[in-house]
Design a protein around this ligand. Structure first.
Ligand code: NAP
Length: 320
């Protein structure tokens, strides 16, 4: 089979398309014929060798993919050959024509969701769901600011927030990204490249502030975020690419909090909640993964370059 292999940590050019043996499922494993693989920012950090998790070399990147079950190992009961599934982590990497996953890492894909969309489920929707439900404990009638609403996690958060009755404010940095955030359900949108846009956000809340901020770039925004919160506000740090200084007094006066998490650290109960919630939303159409760019598997290095560029517009997926 064809697979992307990384033999050394480094720039996008270390992603090489190679011919490798198709793996066979052991007991408890499922072999999936991957039709599309999702590209997430963490895969670029892992490839660069700067991520806390360093896979042994060589390895095939990717946790998110969708396709058909090709074969199952002994004892697997949840799925069988030809079932449509998406993966949430894999044992062998999803940037490949076939991927091995544990039985618990494959999940049914509702009929109305195609494989390209299926490749954009786990990390984006799992993260957005966990941030809103488990971390922020959001409830209907609250206001959420999705700070970075044009990318994978942001669009998922806008759709989930909208579906559960939140007032959703979204930011993006390009006209195209702003349009996507609005179309996917944001009640109001703000350009995070425009000077003074934070004042516009406050005005949109009649100076009350927002209850929840889902933050995609905390190193840039955190010190301003603390000033945009209502009383008992919660900032959930999803993404950060550096250090930042904040004034804790902004939190004290508001009884506010800042929380962070990594999707790798969720509990089995949280994970079960997430998949059940995501399945329901995909099935009833409130969750609609939006694929902005499709590239052939061979262009994985291009995908890794482009996902870190400004101007996000939905998911980037690799067609395998
Ligand atoms: P993505 O698809 O590349 O989207 C990146 C988003 O960040 C875009 O909406 C982009 O907006 C926005 N952004 C850029 N500059 C910004 C700024 N100054 N202020 C606010 N937003 C800004 O990436 P993703 O998959 O959504 O992931 C977003 C971040 O969360 C990444 O850093 C990723 O590593 C992290 N993440 C963390 C976890 C976790 O477990 N904690 C899980 C998933 C993702 P424009 O391009 O329109 O400017």
């Amino acid at each position: 089979m064809k697979a992307i292999r990384v033999h050394e940590f480094g720039g996008p050019e270390v992603l090489k398309l190679e011919e490798v043996p198709t793996p066979k499922p052991s007991a408890g494993q499922v072999l999936v014929r991957i039709h599309a693989a999702g590209v997430n920012p963490y895969e670029t950090y892992m490839r660069a060798g700067t991520y806390p998790l360093k896979p042994p070399l060589p390895y095939t990147p990717g946790s998110d993919g969708a396709g058909l079950v090709e074969a199952v190992g002994e004892g697997v009961k949840k799925v069988r050959a030809n079932d449509r599934v998406y993966t949430a982590r894999t044992a062998s990497g999803s940037y490949a024509e076939y991927a091995l996953a544990l039985e618990e890492e494959v999940h049914a894909l509702p009929a109305k969701v195609d494989f390209k969309q299926g490749a954009g489920i786990w990390v984006p929707y799992g993260t957005a769901y966990h941030a809103l439900y488990h971390q922020a404990k959001a409830h209907a009638s609250e206001t959420v600011l999705v700070h970075g609403a044009s990318g994978g996690v942001g669009i998922a958060a806008v759709q989930i927030g909208r579906a559960i009755g939140l007032r959703v404010l979204g930011t993006a940095g390009t006209p195209g990204g702003l349009e996507i955030a609005k179309r996917e359900g944001a009640h109001a949108i703000f350009d995070h490249r425009k000077a003074g846009y934070q004042d516009e956000i406050l005005q949109a809340t009649v100076n009350r502030g927002v209850d929840i901020i889902l933050e995609m770039l905390a190193n840039v925004n955190l010190s301003h975020d603390t000033k945009l919160l209502a009383n008992n506000g919660r900032i959930i740090v999803i993404g950060s690419r550096g250090e930042v200084t904040i004034n804790p007094r902004e939190l004290m006066g508001r009884r506010a909090s800042i929380r962070g998490f990594s999707l790798w650290g969720i509990t089995p109960t949280e994970e079960a909640d997430i998949h059940a919630g995501i399945f329901a939303g995909l099935e009833n159409g409130t969750l609609r993964p939006f694929v902005g760019k499709e590239l052939p598997l061979a262009e994985a290095s291009r995908a890794h370059r482009e996902i870190l560029e400004p101007g996000a517009a939905g998911k980037i997926v690799l067609i395998c």
